[in-house]
Unconditional design. Structure first.
Length: 402
């Protein structure tokens, strides 16, 4: 498995890769992960998940980004001793005119991949994207060692851009394409018409049921909304904060009872908006939550706030796992099909109609005041990664190199 993001760094497909690698071993498939020895994501590191990696017995090979800091790679799980800043890395890839910052690791990942494949036999290579550099490494190794290549999409970047020639070439060389959700599948089929509908398989990220069973949600007299995402700009959150600011002025009880948890939102733009809308006293910002505290925060909410973006692959499935009602703020009626869970037990608003966002919050607050809770009706087994992973095993058993 080739991935740019892997624990202890929690970003993008990190948890997805960990679950895939972990549960493949339960069905007789040994997993090895080729990743980057990250030194630029200090605020996104969660070492509790690193312990899970060690317990799983997964082999992890980590490429070091800057050669002068240490050896080219380590067969043991990485222990970063020297750090470089994200600003320095950004400056370096701009000088080198790289299409994406992640391209800086390709040559080292390819060399280490060759060493691994020469010493051990593998039946398939799974490259987790984004970034596309992982698929480029995987495609090179798959061709050289005559191993089937699977490209897995946990989310998509730059959805509105024209089709990429590099991405098209990689997709043509792959034996199968796996995606996390229907939205990604539709995007790929619309942009790359040569793809066969049945070639693109949907295998959701899923979640670990045991993570959500041992916590008791803390009671709070306030109406608590929690929104979780890795990266958002002021444009999307402004709609939400504007609606909340309007209701706070209209209804004093709403203002006194409101508590909004924003997980992973360190942008100054959002903080400035909070101050502008005079909501500062009602908002908590969590910049670096480990997995355990993240789940506790989700469980303590009355409503989860869900913007229709799959920026972080595991978020929609964590929403399903906590079995909490959510307010889904989507972009147009066509996005309704992508909502996780049962729409009847959720409140849906449209970003093109700001008034609908206000109405959704009003309805949620009304339910809160009257002690009436929406009860999501979700088939939890559909999101259990341990059950879902068997679909991938069946696919792997049928792969034969052309």
């Amino acid at each position: 498995m080739i991935t740019y993001y892997f624990p202890p760094v929690i970003y993008g497909s990190g948890i997805r890769v960990l679950n895939f690698a972990k549960y493949l071993t339960q069905y007789g498939w040994n997993s090895t992960v080729l990743t980057l020895n990250h030194s630029t994501f200090n605020v996104l590191k969660d070492f509790s998940l690193s312990e899970r990696v060690k317990e799983s017995g997964i082999k992890v090979y980590a490429v070091n980004l800057i050669k002068v800091f240490s050896k080219i790679a380590s067969a043991n799980y990485p222990n970063v001793k020297r750090e470089i800043s994200a600003e320095i890395l950004s400056y370096l890839y701009k000088i080198a005119s790289l299409n994406e910052p992640e391209e800086i690791w390709k040559s080292r990942a390819t060399k280490l991949g060759e060493k691994i494949l020469k010493s051990e036999k593998y039946n398939a290579i799974i490259a987790f994207v984004p970034p596309l550099s992982t698929a480029q490494v995987g495609a090179y190794l798959a061709k050289k060692f005559k191993i089937p290549l699977i490209i897995d999409y946990s989310f998509i970047q730059n959805q509105k851009k024209s089709p990429s020639k590099t991405e098209e070439k990689l997709l043509r060389t792959s034996h199968s394409v796996i995606v996390d959700n229907r939205k990604i599948k539709d995007h790929l089929l619309q942009n790359y018409l040569f793809l066969d509908y049945n070639l693109v398989k949907i295998i959701p990220t899923g979640f670990e049921p045991f993570e959500f069973q041992n916590y008791v949600a803390s009671s709070d007299d306030k109406f608590t909304l929690t929104f979780s995402s890795g990266k958002i700009g002021g444009k999307k959150i402004k709609l939400v904060l504007n609606a909340l600011a309007y209701l706070s002025k209209k209804e004093q009880l709403f203002k006194k009872s409101l508590l909004l948890n924003l997980i992973g939102i360190p942008t100054n733009e959002v903080i400035n908006l909070i101050t502008k809308f005079q909501l500062k006293d009602n908002i908590r910002i969590y910049l670096n939550l480990n997995r355990e505290n993240y789940i506790k925060t989700l469980l303590s909410s009355d409503f989860l706030l869900y913007l229709d973006d799959f920026d972080i692959s595991n978020i929609p499935y964590d929403y399903a796992a906590v079995e909490k009602p959510y307010i889904a703020i989507v972009d147009g009626s066509n996005s309704f099909r992508y909502i996780i869970g049962d729409q009847k037990n959720s409140l849906i608003a449209d970003t093109n109609e700001p008034s609908s966002i206000v109405l959704a919050f009003e309805k949620a607050f009304e339910l809160f005041l009257n002690d009436r809770k929406l009860t999501p009706k979700i088939n939890i087994e559909n999101y259990d990664i341990n059950r879902i992973i068997i679909n991938l095993v069946r696919e792997l058993e049928n792969f034969v190199y052309d």
